[in-house]
Design a binder for this molecule. Sequence first.
Ligand code: ADP
Length: 554
Amino acid sequence: MTGSSAVGPHPFETGLEPGPANHVPLSPVSFLARAAAAQGGAVAVVDGARRITYAELHARCRRLAAALAAWGIGRLDTVAILSGNTPEMIEAHFAVPMLGAVLNPLNTRLDAATLAASLAHGGARLLVVDADYAALAAEALAHEALAGTGAEIRVVAAGAAIGLPPGTRAYEDLIAAGDPDFACPGPADEWQSLCLLYTSGTTGDPKGAVYSHRGAYLQALGNALAFGLAQDSVYLWTLPMFHCNGWSYPWAVVAAGGTQVCLRKVDPAAIFRLVAEHRVTHLCGAPIVLAMLVNAPPEVRVPFAQTVRCATGGAAPPSTTLRDMEALGFRVTHLYGATESYGPATLCLPGPDWAELDPETRYGRMARQGAALPTLEAVRVVDPETRAPVPRDGAHVGEIVLRGNTVMKGYLKNSAATQAALGDGWYRTGDLAVWHPDGAVEIKDRAKDIIISGGENISSLEIEEVLTRHPAVMLAAVVAKPDPTWGETPCAFLELKPGAAASAPEILDFCRARLARFKLPRSILFGPLPKTATGKIQKFVLRERARAGEGPDG
Ligand code: ADP
């Protein structure tokens, strides 16, 4: 008898239904219960002299969840948090989803008006405030953008926060009051919303990307695998945790059973000291953080014996930064992604021929954005018009699109933007790239950043890459400047290394030897560059200044 002639349901489809024994909603919250059970005495979090074991972390998170539940916070309530990289921030990443509530980490470098607008848009019911940001939070809570909405936001203060509204409760009081054995409801299903993250607004108005428990679970495992996290990993917080949940590492490190070391402010001296002191094995940071490390004065560069893996992304890392980091003893992994893809979506994998490549070529390869993380379904480069994949020839430029379980659910209360981003079955990144024969994508520009001069497309990244090879240049940003003859011409803004000097003609000579004539910057301006909280250069600000003929700092 063959299967095809049998009547009734197929044996593989009957009596094999999912049940509690074999089907549990995927949620990153479960990593903590498992780590506490498996290695309760191991150190989960280091903060200055403080140590929190996995057993303690689990109990504290359950206590916090219990206290919040007793205070009326429950399923799908938005819990915002305004904090640096603190233990409370890590705890919130578990305690809030344990309740089935939605965590909304806020960017600490935003102004009060924007924060108030985010709190109103996200429907925050509770705000956890770290003492360092108490004044900013108080201003945001009192702001008219919030006052007019009639929203009632409960406030929890971590540390000695002063100036917050009456009725504010102390974080440690809540922890003390909560039941450590609280039976956390968790998510009802894995598609339930877990987090709300506003995009940093590099190219326009911030939008609120919504993540699911399932997506965060997979993203954390994908990153733990790609970055080689294990039980003996020591992860230093040099990336803001409010940015795409710190690329999922509050969960990824717990999944691996490693240790997280808190750091409130990116300061090269503190980073080198902590790396040596705690034998840090992993850290992440935007290219600008790496630039700060390689340009740190020699006296703060404490030597360390271990190999430190450093993942970078969020903006294109210049190949010189990659080279200089390796010279300092860091092993660099290049990642690419967006808020909409829970942070990292691709990573640049070393090719089999890398060992034989000359250093300049190899660092050029490392600057490519690479191929999909194991937990992303697919990445493609497609023709902007036909939406068909471009040839994998390293020459055709198209848009990067992503598909898989680690793409956001959509934007909160913005179906038009959700449709535009996800509607054709792929997430449209707006990043222009070529696709190489080995499967790696290489970004040429953001669609909005490309410069069109005399009908030719010029990649701002290509010019920036050349400019950062000049020994005096620390950061470079190139934008389009309107031009009556050419339409647009490249305008370069340069931030020089501390103590370094260079003139515009000298920089131009340097570029002449390395760039086609039509790509040469027509204007070169010097000064500190405006950056977002995540260390990205605000090109829209520079475009305005280029238009107005102003210097970088206005
Ligand atoms: P925003 O869009 O407001 O800047 P995101 O953090 O979501 O906020 O930024 C995602 C974008 O950052 C990507 O679409 C891409 O343009 C840029 N980006 C991220 N990683 C890289 C990288 N490794 N190389 C080049 N660009 C990157």
